[in-house]
Design a protein around this ligand. Structure first.
Ligand code: PHE
Length: 363
């Protein structure tokens, strides 16, 4: 019996030592300490021994069990440590390596412009909000006071999702549903911008089926058109990095704002290109539409469960890709989404050029 126990101890400890993976180690544990295990078996025999035999064998078997249990735990800890070391070694990133010409990546103009917009509006106290790109009919249309018969709902504009749903599901056609999502989840006062992808079934030099918009929403007490105009003027001056930006608000119609205004910005011609700035009425100048906007319709405020007599606000929306084209001089929208490295190299931005208001957002 003595030799048996010593042999068993030697075998088990050797097997534990030899195990190179957690499952092999577990197999040894089961073989020794499991229900049918060798040591478990020995422990069961104790009851049948005479008191003298038990006094001699008991401590030996218990010490064997302890030794094996401890060896298993030690080996397991060592394996886990080794796995962690290996992972840490393989995931090492040397943050001190210099960035040189070898780094080929560049920041896409859309990402750059979105960063610039977030920076500009953060300075005005706006947070960034988001919403889903697969949107339901209520958020994309109904809550925004877009009636069933509105042409924007027609199949040729909107991508509908196939299949049975509680209500029609669409790829959002604008970022305005984020207005609804924000007003139904946050208490006013609200100041947010919502940049993101939107989808319309449309395609030519200035339209792609997916493009980017940014929405702005302010809900507070006593908000007027004056606040809207000041905000847009401040934003456009910061974005185009010019003080001589002149805006023209043209009466317009959106179902979710009342009154609604389309916002034009003045430009002049220089070397055959439009340059933003100055009055569009100046000789040789012109006006270019850049934004849709208005005072949030009281029905929209009501749809979100707020009292329109207490809360008012303004909203605006504009195309991010278009803003990028105007600021950085692209004249075709389609290459934005072609992934052509030559285009990206030409129009892309260095990842290290983080926009700051002091350094200029388009540095
Ligand atoms: N959602 C409108 C569009 O896609 C833009 C807009 C947003 C107009 C907010 C007014 C207020 O054209």
């Amino acid at each position: 019996m003595t030799t048996d126990l010593d042999t068993l101890r030697g075998e088990l400890l050797a097997a534990i030592d030899a195990a190179t993976a957690l499952d092999a180690l577990e197999a040894v544990r089961v073989q020794a300490l499991g229900k049918q295990g060798a040591i478990t078996g020995l422990l069961k025999t104790l009851g049948k021994l005479t008191p003298e035999e038990r006094q001699e064998q008991g401590p030996r078997i218990h010490s064997l069990r302890e030794a094996v249990t401890e060896a298993l735990a030690t080996r397991k800890a060592a394996m886990e440590q080794a796995a962690l070391d290996a992972r840490l070694a393989s995931e090492t990133v040397d943050m001190t390596l210099p960035v040189d010409g070898v780094a080929p990546g560049s920041v896409h103009p859309v990402s750059q412009v979105m960063d610039e917009l977030a920076e500009i509006f953060a300075d005005l106290g706006f947070a960034v909000a988001t919403g889903p790109e697969v949107e339901d009919d209520w958020h994309n249309f109904t809550a925004l006071n877009i009636p069933e018969t509105h042409p924007a709902r027609a199949m040729h504009d909107t991508f509908y999702l196939a299949g049975e749903h509680e209500q029609p599901m669409v790829l959002r056609t604008h970022t305005s549903p984020v207005q609804i999502r924000t007003m139904t989840s946050q208490k006013p006062p609200i100041r947010i911008i919502a940049p993101g992808r939107v989808y319309r079934s449309d395609s030519d030099a200035t339209h792609t089926p997916m493009f980017h918009q940014i929405e702005g929403l302010v809900i507070d007490k006593g908000i007027t058109l004056g606040h809207l105009k000041w905000t847009l003027e401040t934003f456009l001056k910061a974005f185009f990095e010019r003080d001589d930006i002149v805006l023209r608000l043209r009466p317009s119609y959106f179902p979710f704002t009342e009154p609604s205004a389309e916002v034009d910005v003045g430009f002049t011609w220089k070397d055959g290109k439009r340059v933003i700035g100055g009055s569009g009425d100046a000789p040789g100048g012109g006006w270019m539409e850049v934004l849709g906007s208005g005072m949030v319709h009281r029905r929209v405020i009501e749809a979100c469960g707020l009292d329109p007599n207490e809360w008012q606000g303004f909203a605006f929306g504009t195309g991010v890709d278009r803003l990028a084209m105007l600021k950085y001089g692209m004249d075709d929208l389609r290459p934005f989404f072609d992934g052509d490295l030559r285009w990206l190299k030409h129009y892309g931005f260095s990842a290290l050029d983080v926009p700051t208001l002091s350094g200029g957002v388009g540095a």
